[in-house]
Design a protein around this ligand. Structure first.
Ligand SMILES: Nc1ncnc2c1ncn2[C@@H]1O[C@H](COP(=O)(O)OP(=O)(O)OP(=O)(O)O)[C@@H](O)[C@H]1O
Length: 245
């Protein structure tokens, strides 16, 4: 059974259909990159996978169970599927440690002591053991993003969805975050990553899906897609073809 199973997913905003029938099965442990031009629907797709957006038709199943949009359904799903965003989304008035503790306490009802222990463990995993008491404003962007990763990991998710998690970072900070993601990939975490880091996608991901106009236009092993793109749209994105005028 796949960890995440998507069948004919459609999503519209008003009259505009943004996702036009997506099928995708992600087995446990897979590292999948989603690439595509701005506006092709990558973020919307990720948001549909963890219930931040409600789909119009089709199915999203997590470990064989349909995603339910009730409060209880969403709570259950969020313990299985974590998400990390471009803008970190940390609470500025809470320390790194408290940021990592909070969701465990609120969503999982874990007692404070235990949540703190997990938070320390997870911060240490992302190389920030010493920054438990630091506030986000005193951390670099790369450190803040690593806190966000620790916060997601503290929920013991079965998969992590990463939405352009290095796009807001200064170039010199990108690698420290990608290094953490690489270690997670090696440890067997299921990852779906929207990314513009083509080199990283190529080195770390097992499959790459190219989204174009709300559909998965091509999908396959990175070598296949990057070396021998089949469609003109992907060739263009990869710079194999000049942009159409
Ligand atoms: N909440 C919303 N309401 C209306 N339209 C939306 C909403 N969110 C996204 N869209 C539209 O849906 C389309 C797909 O957007 P989406 O953000 O999923 O694309 P993307 O491939 O992730 O692009 P980017 O790389 O720029 O984030 C765009 O045309 C966008 O304007």
């Amino acid at each position: 059974m796949s960890l995440i199973d998507v069948e004919n997913l459609r999503k519209s905003y008003g009259e505009t259909e943004v996702l036009k029938g997506i099928d995708l099965a992600v087995p446990q442990g897979e590292v999948l990159a989603l690439i595509g031009r701005s506006g092709s629907g990558k973020s919307t797709f990720l948001r549909c996978l963890n219930g931040l957006e409600q789909i119009n038709s089709g199915r999203v199943r997590i470990l064989g169970e349909d995603l339910h949009y009730s409060a209880a359904g969403l709570r259950k799903m969020r313990q299985q599927i974590g998400m990390i965003f471009q803008q970190f989304e940390l609470f500025p008035h809470l320390t790194a440690g408290r940021n990592v503790m909070l969701a465990q306490q609120v969503v999982k009802g874990i007692p404070r002591d235990e949540a703190e222990q997990v938070a320390r463990e997870m911060l240490s995993k992302v190389g920030l053991a010493e920054r438990f008491d630091a506030y986000p404003r005193n951390l670099s962007g790369g450190q803040q993003q690593r806190v966000a990763i620790a916060r997601a990991l503290a929920m013991s998710p079965k998969a992590l969805l990463c939405d352009e998690i290095t796009s807001a970072l200064d170039p010199e900070l990108v690698q420290e975050v990608l290094g953490v993601v690489r270690a997670l990939a090696t440890s067997g975490m299921t990852l779906i990553m929207v990314t513009h880091e083509m080199r990283f996608a190529r080195e770390v991901c097992e499959r790459v899906a190219f989204m174009h106009q709300g559909r998965i236009h091509e999908i396959g092993a990175p070598d296949e897609l990057f070396e021998a793109p089949k469609t003109p749209e992907l060739k263009q994105l990869l710079g194999h073809l000049p942009a159409a005028s």
